[in-house]
Design a protein around this ligand. Structure first.
Ligand code: NAP
Length: 488
């Protein structure tokens, strides 16, 4: 008779698709079940792990990236395997994985950007901020993108933390960027950047900003850039005033205080200017072949039926000449092959992480679970994913105890590896990633950077191969060397 599921002889086998924070926190909570043996296989289409911690967190925020040390501990568990450079839906399908695993957790994040739906959005020189972020972070899909940094005037649309990241990277001096892990080509191009004026366009007011306190404060601490906020821009409308005075939202209160501080300080005379505008919405990006200007409308704030303040356009328009636009209005999830998807919210329909065939009313899809941004939408900081993943894994464990998991025909890791090999997929293990990690760190030493990232998948695979060959040669040589003769 077969051993019970979840024991060493018959482990519960879970595939996690995506190796960002939400995937690792799901793995950690599975590993924390003392009474269960769980084999976890984590897949990523890139050879490198960590998702947005590697490809999203700004290079000048190195401290945030140290969270990967915790992920490395999770990956060091003998029952954990990483299969990098394996694309779900292409290299392996949902139906195939169902033959190897009792459950599949989707931790794929939000892979694209939200659209604004205004004329000129797709003109050359108008970019989703998410692409610029991926570019300066050496993401292989975006390394060849071009951003015209010869422009003096740039608009950044949106008041979120991604907008703050983009502004800082545009405004920082080469010296401020050199000792970060920014992509080498991005550092080169930013060194020669002509960007002078960065217009930050928020559709609502200072009290409704989506950025957090350290991020807005940091703009005021840049070596070469002044933050310019006209005093009338931070004068609050009565509803916002009441909200701020109530003190219920400490983050908003502090944001307003910091912005008022910028307004009081005025232009500090530094060569680059970050000009913050509130209650304005872009209505058109103007240009013939490429961006030449952005047309905005002044908004007033009006309460909706829930009492939230919404932006309502007035009849006052203005045109700002800019040659480059970054639309930083949020990420959006993309459908995962073979998994239900709600296009409206850009998420996988789910109830406490259990995948449903349709939002709210759908049936549960046995064996499928979602975590992170593809579960709840693109919000929150890295730590927000911890309780989110715990919630999903608790649902999975409850289902497992009720016998509601998949019954894989081949619950066998070696058979999965055979399948990948039969398809000539050069999958990357966590040990391989450690090789790559070491090489990147060594490459970064010349500019005192934490690492110099690879930005091409081929080069990553080649570096792993070379390092492995060199190590094997050294080990063979060591094994062939006769032991020293014992002294008489
Ligand atoms: P976000 O926080 O949702 O901000 C999006 C911004 O775009 C908001 O100001 C929003 O304004 C605005 N917006 C949306 N649609 C718009 C439109 N049609 N026209 C004009 N403005 C529009 O998104 P995000 O900046 O992409 O960040 C995603 C998540 O990652 C957030 O939770 C963020 O905190 C997090 N993150 C954190 C850090 C960090 O901790 N340092 C760094 C980067 C990202 P409304 O408020 O009016 O909708």
């Amino acid at each position: 008779m077969a051993e019970p599921l979840g024991t060493q002889a018959n482990p519960l086998r879970v595939a996690i698709i995506g190796s960002g924070p939400s995937g690792f926190y799901a793995a950690a909570h599975l590993q924390a079940q003392a009474d269960l043996t769980v084999e976890i296989d984590m897949f990523d289409r890139l050879p490198t792990p960590y998702g947005l911690v590697r490809g999203g967190v700004a290079p000048d925020h190195q401290k945030i990236k140290s969270v990967t040390k915790a992920y490395d501990r999770i990956a060091s568990d003998p029952n954990f395997r990483f299969y990098g450079h394996v694309e779900f839906g292409k290299d392996v399908t949902h139906a195939e994985l169902a033959a190897y695993y009792h459950a599949i957790i989707y931790a794929v994040g939000a892979q694209t950007d939200r659209r604004m739906g205004i004329p000129g959005e797709d003109l050359s020189g108008s970019h989703p901020a998410t692409e610029f972020v991926a570019w300066y972070n050496a993401h292989p899909d975006f390394a060849d993108h071009k951003f015209d940094l010869t422009q003096e005037n740039v608009a950044v649309i949106g008041l979120g933390n991604v907008a703050m990241d983009v502004i800082r990277i545009l405004a920082r001096t080469p010296d401020e960027l050199t000792e970060t892990d920014i992509a080498d080509y991005a550092l080169d191009q930013l060194k020669h950047s002509s960007v002078k004026n960065i217009y930050v366009l928020g559709r609502r007011g200072p009290a409704q900003s989506a950025f957090t306190n350290p991020e807005i404060k940091e703009l005021g601490e840049l070596d070469d850039a002044s933050v310019i906020v006209a005093p009338n821009e931070v004068t609050l409308d009565p509803v916002s005033r009441q909200y701020i005075d109530s003190g219920v939202d400490k983050v908003a209160n502090k944001n307003v205080e910091i912005l008022k501080g910028f307004a009081a300080q005025g232009d500090t005379g530094k060569p680059r200017k970050i000009i913050m505008r509130f209650c304005v919405s872009p209505v058109e990006i103007i240009g013939t072949d490429k961006v030449e200007a952005i047309k905005i409308v002044k908004n007033e704030l009006v309460p909706d039926e829930k009492g939230d303040l919404k932006a309502k356009p007035t009849d006052q328009f203005e045109t700002i000449p800019v040659g480059l636009v970054f639309r930083s209005v949020g990420y959006k999830g993309q459908a995962v092959a073979g998994v239900p998807f709600d296009d409206r919210s850009g998420t996988i329909p789910n109830n406490l992480g259990r995948v449903l065939t349709a939002p709210k009313t759908g049936e549960q899809v046995i064996g499928d679970y979602a975590v992170g941004w593809i579960k709840r939408g693109p919000s929150g900081i890295i730590g927000t994913n911890k309780p989110d993943s715990v919630e999903t894994v608790n649902s999975l464990l409850e289902d497992f105890r009720a016998g509601k998991v998949l019954s894989p025909a081949t619950p066998d890791r070696s058979k999965l590896e055979d399948l990948l090999k039969s398809r000539n997929i050069q999958y990357v293990t966590f040990a391989d990633w450690h090789f790559l990690d070491t090489v990147e760190q060594e490459r970064g030493e010349f500019r005192s950077a934490p690492r110099l990232k690879f930005s091409k998948v081929d080069e990553m695979l080649q570096a792993i191969k070379e390092r492995k060959t060199a190590t094997a040669t050294m080990q063979a040589a060591a094994a062939a060397t006769p032991p020293p003769l014992a002294a008489d």
